[in-house]
Ligand binder design. Structure first.
Ligand code: C3B
Length: 812
């Protein structure tokens, strides 16, 4: 490249300016089909067409990607780095096409080739590099950062196998490996030049009072980039995923030559295992050493990359906070504090206290749960074995933290009971700590970090979660999106508060009818897919009542299925009554080792088997549980739902984001005062929300009452009848004892207060049915829900992160 070359001569156009005509798009696609895929239109399979199409769309993403990257360098902008062990991005083709303004032209050109977009797109695997809410939030935030013109990188791991696939055998969950990289991933740009060694284990040596760490082994982190384009195609950021590569010295050629092939490759295989599988547990850890090593692998590679990029343009590391903000998504990357301190001290000769101050100013920590089993604690022994230098740094930080607490008799410690508390570590090394809903943040301050909070008033802030309206409305629900655009004009996609303009239309019969038609279309789309994919036929004329999310006792799928049984029993007692036909939809995976969650899945499937085959009730009640719930299923299911079940035990769900997606698509919520439900209800209006259940405070009181479960059961004949039916083997005729353990828990402990909340839930479900029998009323409520959900756009959340935590400006 000659010195006089001006990079600005490269295409500086944004997507909107360079929107192709159908003829241009068609030509570009044919070129890719021929030269990238190596096929002619006559020979091309659906896979080939998808590859050609994806490469064509991707080309349009590259221009804004280049220009955003270049502007960030030229203007020396502060960048945000979002470190997350999970990115649940789902499919990218349609998402990128929408953001680049290419969806219509793409659909049209495919039709000219005799192809339907849905058919072509259905082959794209879901990038399921996450478990649930935390990973999906990271994906929404990446998209919103790009939309808001916030210069940012997402950093994660390129798991070869994402979240396991789920299917059912005799109602039981069976897990099989997921294989999203089995075929080419067209969104992946391999960057072999961006590779960093990450060390593990080994020894510490003292050298002139300084610690020198000699790791026992090193693994290379090699970068794979995906452009993430914002809505309107004005800006694009990078999702950089690290793949583990054994460094050459790990392969023992002598051994290999001596014929010991397996032993020669063993260290190599071990190295590769770092990016092999996503941990399918989102509450408990297994395989501790591997998990800790994965977390360090992600963190170290990312922090090294961040410093390399910073030092390419600056030389004063103390100014890092002016140009770099690093966000830790939960405690998983919480080793970032000690790692940044280590690099500053050991490799750049910064003194320890200054390094701590610098790291703390750069770092932020988002807490996503209060569940003790998900707040990571690593044993000191394991830490010493894997990360001896980091343990030493944490010990110093611990000493400093204790000193800060003065004469406190029982100071909070970063290391206690021979364990490192990653939550406390993340707090002390961050300048801001945020919870993910107003209630959750209150509990984070009062229950989880009261001492930290007192020592650092103002450090804790709340940023209520949000979801991207591009994927969760425009992409997922094209008929509703079109109705909204026809009614209030375009632009709401990136200015979601504008949905308020729909409010007056709640009183307009024509609009309500149109809304009803769009809901019906969404139902048909979902049921069409369900029939084709799973052979499940559903009636269109029914209340679609959905609970889709990870299986967990606190989320109380059990409450839902127990009520379903009660409902079935009532219909059977009085089949001629005026019942509202209902379809109960469940979806979600249980952690493979979570016995109770798997038993609940089995119960749901067992109940489905009996209820769906009951000729007396079939037309009034169905229970469906399509297997392998994920982002792509959610895109079809959520728009079809009438009722959204957000029924966790109060105080236990940090926020929830599914609750937001449903309400935004015009489902009404039946829910407790938990997580973001509280704020959703405030926004949509209490009269447009079916509230039930104990409050967080009452939950605490109830749990303290001896024998509360038995007392609640004794007060509910309905629930006793349900448990009786289960105990008699009504749903497990071949094994009457299958649910003994579950019933025992219900009678004797019931930590999640299923029995305590049952009667009130039953009352609220009665209100739901009454309300649904009055379509005009229901539609009015649903429309008001949509109109008032603007606040829950992830664009709003990101704006708050930018101003309250990252101190970064939009480049747009
Ligand atoms: C989840 C929480 O359970 C949800 O309430 C919350 O909405 C999301 O995070 C996003 O903030 N969460 C998760 O999916 N995995 C964890 N390990 C911890 C929290």
């Amino acid at each position: 490249m000659s010195q006089s070359f001006d990079a600005r001569q490269l295409r500086e156009t944004t997507a909107a300016e360079s929107a192709p005509t159908p003829a241009q798009f068609r030509q570009a696609m044919l070129r890719h089909l021929q030269y990238t895929v190596g096929k002619s239109p006559q020979q091309a399979s659906l896979f080939d067409w998808r590859m050609a199409l994806s490469h064509t769309v991707r080309d349009y993403a590259v221009d804004p990607w280049f220009s955003a990257t270049r502007r960030t360098w030229d203007e020396d902008r502060k960048r945000v780095y979002y470190l997350s062990m999970e990115f649940l991005i789902g499919r990218l083709l349609e998402d990128q096409a929408i953001n680049l303004g290419l969806r219509d032209v793409m659909v049209q050109v495919l039709a000219e080739f005799g192809l339907s977009f849905d058919e072509v797109a259905e082959g794209e695997p879901d990038a399921a590099l996450g478990n649930g809410g935390l990973g999906r939030l990271a994906a929404c935030y990446l998209e919103s950062m790009a939309t808001m013109g916030c210069p940012a990188y997402g950093y994660g791991l390129r798991y070869e196998h994402g979240l396991f696939r789920q299917h059912f055998e005799n109602g039981r969950q069976i897990e099989t490996p997921e294989n999203w990289l089995a075929t080419d991933n067209p969104w992946d740009f391999t960057r072999p030049e961006a590779a960093y060694p990450v060390g593990f284990g080994g020894e510490l040596h003292d050298h002139d009072g300084a610690s020198i760490w000699s790791p026992r082994s090193k693994v290379l982190a090699s970068a794979h980039d995906t452009p993430v384009v914002g809505y309107g195609g004005q800006w694009a950021n990078t999702l950089r995923l690290w793949a583990a590569m054994p460094s050459a010295d790990l392969f023992n050629l002598d051994r290999f030559n001596a014929g010991d092939f397996a032993a020669a490759s063993e260290p190599e295989a071990l190295a590769r295992s770092l990016s092999r599988v996503l941990y399918p547990n989102d509450t408990t850890e297994g395989g501790k050493e591997l998990r800790l090593s994965q977390e360090y692998f992600l963190t170290s590679a990312s922090v090294q990359d961040i410093l390399r990029r910073y030092l390419a343009a600056h030389d004063d590391l103390l100014k890092l906070p002016e140009f770099v903000a690093i966000q830790m998504n939960d405690t998983h990357p919480a080793i970032a504090g000690p790692e940044l301190i280590r690099l500053l001290v050991d490799e750049h000769a910064v003194d320890f206290d200054t390094a701590v101050e610098t790291a703390t100013s750069v770092l932020g920590y988002t807490n996503h749960t209060l569940l003790p089993e998900a707040l990571e604690r690593w044993s000191v022994g394991l830490m010493r074995k894997v990360l001896p230098r980091h343990l030493q740094i944490i010990e110093t930080l611990d000493t400093q933290f204790i000193a800060l607490q003065g004469q406190a008799p029982n100071p909070v410690r970063l290391i206690s009971n021979d364990q490192v508390s990653m939550g406390d570590l993340a707090f002390t090394t961050s300048h801001k700590v945020n919870g993910v809903s107003a209630l959750h943040t209150e509990l984070v301050s009062q229950e989880l970090f009261p001492v930290h909070n007192e020592l650092h008033p103002g450090r804790i802030v709340n940023i209520t979660n949000g979801v991207t309206p591009r994927r969760w409305l425009k992409l997922a629900n094209p008929s509703l999106a079109a109705l909204i655009t026809d009614t209030i004009g375009a632009g709401w996609e990136s200015d979601l508060e504008r949905l308020r303009e729909l409010e007056p239309y709640a009183e307009d019969p024509a609009f309500r009818d149109a809304f009803g038609r769009s809901k019906r279309q969404a139902k048909e789309h979902f049921t069409g897919w369900l029939a084709a994919e799973h052979g499940i036929e559903l009636p269109a004329e029914a209340l679609y009542d959905a609970q889709v999310k990870r299986l967990h006792e606190y989320k109380r799928q059990l409450l839902n299925i127990l009520w379903t049984i009660a409902h079935w029993q009532r219909i059977k007692r009085d089949p001629q009554a005026n019942w509202v036909p209902r379809v109960k939809i469940f979806g979600g995976k249980a952690a493979p080792s979570y016995h109770m969650a798997k038993l609940i899945i089995q119960l749901i499937n067992d109940v489905a088997e009996v209820v769906n085959n009951d000729p007396e009730t079939r037309h009034l009640l169905r229970v469906v549980y399509p297997p392998n719930y994920g982002v792509s299923m959610a895109e079809k299911l959520i728009p079809a739902a009438d009722l959204s079940e957000q029924i966790s035990t109060a105080g236990m769900e940090a926020s929830g984001t599914g609750n937001m997606k449903f309400a935004l698509n015009g489902a009404l919520t039946i829910g407790t005062l938990d997580g973001a439900n509280v704020e959703i209800r405030e926004h949509v209006g209490a009269e447009n929300f079916f509230l039930f259940g104990l409050t967080t405070e009452q939950v605490g009181e109830r749990r303290a009452q001896q024998g509360h479960s038995r007392a609640a059961l004794e007060a509910s004949q309905t629930l006793r009848d349900v448990l009786q039916a289960i105990a008699e083997g009504t749903f497990s005729p071949e094994d009457h004892h299958r649910y003994d353990g579950l019933l025992e828990t219900m009678w004797n402990s019931d930590w999640f207060l299923v029995a305590s909340d049952f009667e009130d839930y039953d009352r609220a479900q009665g209100e739901v049915a009454d309300c649904y029998s009055d379509p005009e009323k229901w539609q009015r409520m649903a429309i008001l829900n949509i109109a008032r959900m603007g606040y829950f756009s992830s664009d709003r959340s990101i704006r708050e992160y930018m101003s309250q935590i990252w101190d970064v400006e939009s480049a747009l």
